[in-house]
Design a protein around this ligand. Structure first.
Ligand code: ADP
Length: 735
């Protein structure tokens, strides 16, 4: 498949059909395009159109096969296909748009322009390929070019070629307009002028067999018959058939019996003083296809009237009329296409207008939605920016996707340095390492709260409480999950509150308690010692009532001493005053030591302590571990019934890097909702415990602090009425 320009006219002469000296060259020069556009039948229309666009002067493209012309497609043909198949045409081929077979002309066959023009009119064609004797393409004659050449040649060679000149002049005038109405009017005006006829008209045959004059050029005093309907009898069907076959009539005198005009028609035409007339059919093939018989579609008649006197019509006049009727036929095809195109344009315009309206509506709706979104976002920003907390949203990749102004203000960073950045890059590596476990917990779908120290604007360190709330995508919509049915974690919301003031108050409170406790300890010890001395009776015997009061005073002082000691212990641990002196120690001896320390108390309560230990070495400060164990044992004894047993044991923890201590009792148990709070200060399951059991509510807090200092964990499991078990872990080695 190829499209190519043929070789120049030098090639034509090489065909041997026309010698340079033969004298025909002058005829062919200027009217034959020796390089017409050609392509194979299979060339896609997209490519054909591209070629046409490259050669705007080309009004058609020839389909060739082995240098023989097999079809022709004019610009109009191509446009018609595009209009008919607006979506499919680029894939279609030249064969879908072309006319075949093609009328061609053997080069030496015609030697006069007038004859050439006649060929065009006769075949109702606008392009005539010129071929050699073997039917090989030599060039192309375009009717418009031919007409122009005819005019020029007639000007040069005055007076010959007069007919051709007249014809070409009229035809060019006709072609100046695209409007059918103008074309028809110009035609009748020109014929009237040329033939000096009294009336020239174009009569259109209507589908019902009647017809009417649609264009007319008439000279006074003869009346106009424009728009006047002609009854069917005036132009019966059999006449129409004859004209459709190409019949022409030139009647010199309607009254002459030889003219063959029926009596009724004579009556009709006499009304208009018509004496002589010439009638030429205008055939209108729907597509100017030469394959079909164009005469079969009679569109109308081109009629010339001579009024009052007879007129002998010359061959020239008849010939001219026929040629011009052919031109009208061509104009009709063009007009039809134009009309069709205009209709399509109107349709497309209205479709586009509709689409445009819909689009405008959509844009309006979108703008409204956008406005609403902007307003709601502004509202959200207003709220989040005015809350005295740091708010952020972190996606599942650990990158900030939202933060309020307080966040920026606090970190002293512009939005560009936060949004889209990772926590690590925003907070710094060291800080990130500290909070990493919490980030991982949140990204695992669990809410987490922790306290931390955060530098305000990178300088002043402040205490903060941070809560991470996971953002879960609950799978309920199709395609919303990963197929596991489990919620997807999209990220987490981070709320950071400045608790520096609260912490300062807490510190002040602790310090106050510590100072008070410290100040109380010395006098208390002295009171305690005095009371003990009095109880021995060495300072004199008391009455029975006095003895009882002394015992109560001793008991309460004892409790007060313990409380003061506990408060001071806790304060020392929390303030970091005491350091854990960790080293390798054998758990067996620690257990034994603690059990022994509590033995007498246990006996007093008729309780047995059973120990169980494996050979294990831990990395700890033994004094503090024994303190923790005795504390737990003390509680176990306090909350167990007489006659029961307490199990104190140690074994390697599940992760093997820890030792797991446990103190199991079979006492009253702890309600589940208190299992965590009992490790906080002064928290007791029953507030009367402090009185009844002599507790302070600080023992477990101290245990918790000690274990924490050892990087271990402490927790309790319990069942009400069954018993409790306290666990804590201590590392086996410094790592
Ligand atoms: P206390 O000096 O009051 O015992 P702790 O901090 O040691 O203070 O204990 C806090 C509270 O925890 C106790 O008052 C008690 O209510 C509860 N508790 C601790 N150990 C046990 C246990 N083994 N059995 C039942 N309750 C316990």
């Amino acid at each position: 498949m190829s499209t190519q320009r043929r070789d120049s006219k030098q090639g034509n002469c090489e065909q041997g059909n026309c010698e340079p000296s033969c004298g025909h060259e002058s005829l062919w020069d200027g009217i034959v395009d020796s390089q017409p556009l050609t392509a194979s039948r299979q060339t896609r229309l997209a490519k054909v159109m591209a070629r046409m666009a490259e050669h705007p002067a080309a009004s058609c493209i020839l389909a060739v096969h082995g240098r023989k012309v097999v079809g022709i497609a004019t610009r109009q043909d191509l446009m018609a296909v595009m209009v008919r198949s607006p979506d499919k045409w680029p894939q279609m081929t030249l064969a879908d748009a072309m006319t075949s077979p093609v009328i061609t002309l053997a080069k030496p066959a015609i030697t006069a322009l007038a004859l050439l023009l006649k060929q065009f009119a006769h075949h109702h064609i606008s392009h005539l390929p010129v071929v050699d004797t073997q039917d090989r393409l030599l060039g192309l004659i375009d009717q418009t070019r031919l007409l122009q050449a005819t005019q020029m040649s007639s000007r040069q060679e005055n007076p010959p070629l007069q007919r051709a000149q007249l014809f070409s002049e009229i035809t060019l005038k006709i072609r100046q307009s695209l409007q059918l109405k103008d074309i028809l009017q110009t035609t009748v005006n020109e014929i009237q002028r040329l033939l000096a006829a009294d009336r020239v008209l174009i009569y259109q045959v209507l589908p019902d067999g009647t017809g009417q004059t649609i264009s007319e050029a008439v000279v006074p005093p003869y009346p106009s018959i424009i728009g006047m309907p002609f009854p069917e009898e005036v132009f019966p069907e059999e006449y129409q058939g004859l004209y459709a076959q190409g019949r022409v009539r030139a009647i010199a005198d309607v009254h002459d019996p030889a003219s063959g005009i029926s009596a009724c028609l004579i009556e009709f035409i006499e009304q208009w003083d018509i004496r002589a007339k010439m009638i030429v059919p205008i055939v209108h093939p729907l597509k100017p296809s030469l394959g079909s018989d164009p005469g079969k579609h009679l569109w109308g008649l081109l009629i010339v009237h001579q009024c009052r006197s007879p007129r002998q019509w010359s061959d020239f006049e008849l010939d001219l009329m026929q040629q011009l009727a052919g031109q009208i036929s061509l104009a009709l095809s063009q007009g039809q296409l134009l009309e069709y195109l205009e209709d399509r344009v109107k349709l497309r315009t209205s479709e586009l207008t509709q689409a445009n309206l819909a689009l405008k509506q959509e844009i309006r709706e979108r703008q409204q939605v956008e406005l609403a979104l902007r307003q709601s976002e502004a509202q959200l920003r207003l709220i989040t920016n005015n809350l005295p907390v740091l708010i952020a949203y972190v996606d599942c990749a650990g990158r900030y996707r939202f933060n309020n102004e307080v966040y920026q203000h606090w970190l002293g960073k512009p939005p560009a340095q936060i949004n889209g950045k990772s926590i690590k890059s925003v907070m710094g590596k060291a800080y990130y390492e500290k909070i990493r476990p919490y980030v991982e917990t949140a990204l695992a779908g669990e809410q987490v709260t922790y306290e931390s120290e955060l530098a305000f604007k990178g300088e002043q360190v402040r205490s903060v409480s941070v809560t991470y709330i996971p953002h879960l995508n609950i799978p309920h919509l199709k395609g919303d999950d990963d197929g596991t049915g489990l919620p997807l974690i999209k990220g987490f919301f981070a709320l950071t509150t400045d608790i520096s003031d609260r912490k300062a108050i807490e510190r002040m409170k602790d310090e106050f308690i510590a100072v008070v406790s410290h100040e109380l300890r010395t006098p208390l010890t002295s009171i305690h010692t005095s009371l003990k001395l009095m109880a021995t009776g060495r300072l004199g015997q008391l009455s029975e009532d006095g003895q009882q009061m002394l015992e109560v005073a001793d008991e309460n002082t004892d409790r007060l001493v313990r409380l003061v000691n506990n408060v001071l212990d806790l304060q020392r641990i929390e303030s970091g005053e005491v350091t854990i002196d960790a080293h390798e120690c054998d758990v067996g001896s620690l257990i034994a030591e603690a059990a022994e320390a509590m033995q007498s108390t246990a006996q007093q309560h008729d309780i047995e302590i059973q120990t169980q230990s494996v050979s294990l070495v831990i990395w700890a400060d033994p004094d503090y571990i024994v303190q923790t164990l005795t504390n737990l044992l003390g509680n176990a004894i306090k909350f167990s019934s007489p006659g029961s047993t307490i199990h104190l044991s140690v074994r390697p923890h599940i992760d093997l890097a820890m030792a797991l201590f446990s103190v199991q009792d079979y006492g009253q148990g702890i309600p589940t909702n208190k299992l965590n709070s009992i490790f906080e200060r002064f928290q007791q399951v029953d507030s009367s415990d402090s009185r009844k059991k002599g507790g302070t509510g600080l023992g477990l807090t101290i245990c918790h602090k000690i274990v924490e200092q050892h990087s271990g964990k402490i927790w309790a499991e319990s069942q009400l009425g069954v018993g409790s078990c306290f666990y804590f872990t201590i590392p086996l080695s410094p790592n």
